[in-house]
Ligand binder design. Structure first.
Ligand SMILES: Cc1ncc(COP(=O)(O)O)c(C=O)c1O
Length: 407
């Protein structure tokens, strides 16, 4: 009995080994740091945000209020209300897809959709090909689902996009899945139709699933021949398509995303969701339905504004000595290389890494950026332009001045 108590005492206060192996979100950590500084009365311009600064369009908010008054405040079916699944299928089909409502699973944000997709497809030890720089959550999500990350490093020279040779070199008998994210967080790069086609053919030949995270697909600013993987019929059996409303409709807080895939994958993911969060928020589902039915004009206004900011910040950064930027084509991030500043110093502070430079920019210029270490790219920093033009102008002035002081 006594021995049992000792064993119990030793473990009770410890977090599980499983959780200790998972790192918290580094981008959310920057948000928390900014909030803390502001609480202390320190004025900081945050270029760390992964969310649009716009308010959710009024038509969406009104639909949510209507849903509350109509009593749509109960559990919904696990996979989401039928009308929304149908509207999502129609949205994807308008982009060249061929989905039925039963092939859609609505979740609490695309983040949950990705986790569901990974749990529904991976067995312990399965390898997942992950292009680097990657969105900060993928490696931890893969780990949580028992998978093993195989990183595919990309450079500015290749515009941060993987080459076929890299896939050929990395694929093994254990490779189960490739994650694609176009437009990319953090680089803003977009794969062309030809590049996507070649990747699809490779995955078909090698029996590899593709998880295509298309959360930024409505935010592409240049005339690029590209598209949703929904429009590639040959890959459909092997495609797990993820999208959501957070970025395109300024709905981050509503937590609404979805997975589109063949029925066996959807059913597997539904089982997982049925034991974790059940359905996505009922009110958010009605809001999302309104989002899909609203006129495009308001979305275009937001997109045009993002483009204007992309152009401004990209021009400013490109003109700063020592900064190397591959001009992003989509999403709302810039991902310049800052390696030329490593080894320089100001006021006794030496910059050794992107993490050091980010801290320096916070202290010396009161601007918050996310160090590239969060995305597996320690030579870069991520700058979000999801903030006002006025903030961007001040931030670029302050950054230029602070970098100038580094000798
Ligand atoms: C690439 C990428 N995928 C997925 C998500 C998650 O979005 P959601 O708010 O729908 O969970 C994000 C959010 O930052 C993202 O950048």
């Amino acid at each position: 009995m006594a021995t049992q108590n000792v064993a119990f005492q030793r473990k009770a206060w410890q977090a599980s080994n499983y959780s200790q192996n998972i790192e918290g979100s580094k981008t959310l950590a920057v948000t928390a740091k900014v909030a803390e500084l502001r609480r202390q009365g320190i004025e900081v311009i945050s270029l760390g945000a992964g969310e649009p600064d716009f308010n959710t369009p009024a038509a969406i908010c009104e639909a949510a209020i209507r849903a509350i008054h109509d009593g749509q405040t109960k559990y919904t079916p696990n996979a989401g209300i039928f009308e929304l699944r149908q509207a999502i299928a129609e949205f994807l089909n308008a982009m060249g897809g061929d989905y039925a409502p039963e092939e859609i699973l609505v979740s609490n944000g695309a983040k949950q959709s990705i986790v569901n997709a990974l749990f529904a497809t991976l067995d312990v030890g399965d390898e997942v090909l992950l292009p680097t720089p990657y969105w900060t959550s993928y490696p931890e999500q893969i780990k949580m689902a028992g998978g093993t990350c195989v990183f595919l490093p990309t450079s500015a020279n290749q515009h941060y996009k993987i080459h076929l040779e890299q896939l050929e070199e990395a694929a093994t008998a254990k490779t189960k899945l490739l994650i694609l994210n176009s437009p990319s967080n953090p680089t803003g790069m977009v794969y062309t139709k030809d590049e996507l086609e070649a990747i699809c053919h490779f995955c078909l030949e090698h029996d590899i699933l593709i998880l295509s995270d298309e959360i930024y697909i409505q935010l592409i600013y240049d005339a690029i021949e590209t598209g949703s993987l929904a429009s590639f019929p040959e890959i459909r059996q092997q495609l797990l398509l993820v999208n959501g409303f957070s970025k395109s409709h300024a709905m981050t807080g509503w937590r609404l995303g979805y997975l589109a895939a063949k029925t066996p994958f959807i059913q597997a993911a539904m089982k997982i969701q049925s034991h974790t969060t059940s359905n996505a928020c009922s009110i958010s589902q009605y809001a999302a339905l309104a989002a899909l039915n609203m006129p495009e004009d308001e979305l275009k206004l937001m997109k045009d504004e993002f483009k204007r900011r992309r152009d401004y910040t990209a021009d400013r950064l490109s003109a700063m000595p020592g900064i190397e930027l591959v001009r992003p084509q989509g999403a709302f991030y810039l991902f310049p290389s800052v390696e030329q500043y490593f080894g320089r110093s100001a006021d006794g502070i030496v910059i050794h890494s992107a993490m050091d430079l980010s801290q320096y920019l916070l202290d010396a210029a009161r601007i918050a950026v996310v160090p590239g270490e969060a995305f597996g790219a320690p030579g870069n920093i991520r700058i979000s332009y999801a903030t006002s033009m006025e903030n961007l102008q001040t931030a670029m002035d302050r950054m230029e001045e602070a970098l100038h002081r580094l000798q």
